[in-house]
Design a protein around this ligand. Sequence first.
Ligand SMILES: [Zn+2]
Length: 258
Amino acid sequence: MQFQGPPLVQAACLLRDVRPWGRVDTASVEVPESVSRLVGQPTDSWKAPLRRWLAHLGLSEQDVGGPLDAPVSAAAREDGAAVSARYFVIHDTSWPWFGAHDFPPEADPHMNDLSRYAHASTALAHVFVNRLGRTLTTHDFSEPWRATKLEMRAAGVPVKGLFLHVELVQPRRSDPAGPAGNDAQAPLPGFTPAQYDMLALLYLAASVRAGEGLIPALHGALDEGLIDGHDDPQNFLLTAFAAALARLEQQLSALSVP
Ligand SMILES: [Zn+2]
């Protein structure tokens, strides 16, 4: 994992597809245009239209990770300098687990119950998004919070605070070809359109607070090479995220005309 290089080069590496059992594609991806025109670029002009859009949707700033006027978390470098969060890390919950049973319909209340993630001390992400696109903010994006093996083990203290974490609810079941009790099988498609729309909204809200477009990253690609690295998110479609972001940018552009 490189924490150097131009933001877009890092994004192209960190958005590589994560396959079953945590195998990560070797080739960097081509970052779609709606994403690349935001990454590393100033985001101030999006704040006002984003506020209007949230109001239009009936959402509070708390629903999207906390107040848009507050900065995101920062990491303390060894020389004492503060470095603002730069990475927007996308996870799947790999839960609920259905074993050998079929996946339920997307609206299933048990699968979409976010209250199981409500205990802040154990919730491993800043924001959770269920299959219906509803969210639960467990840690404000201003709070340095760890959710990857890389942060917890490999890289140590200096990176704490550099990463913002979003968990998309994704049920799992066992792959009959794998060991007993495995959770390798994810639904296809992996996520709902409502989840991609909310993910785009969260990405922009976090980027507005960071002052520039964050570097999007898939958890498995970030953890690649670590022992017991993660296999999430499964069946994440970068094109679907990019399309959601393009739609959001269009909606906000219409709102930025006074
Ligand atoms: Zn994860």
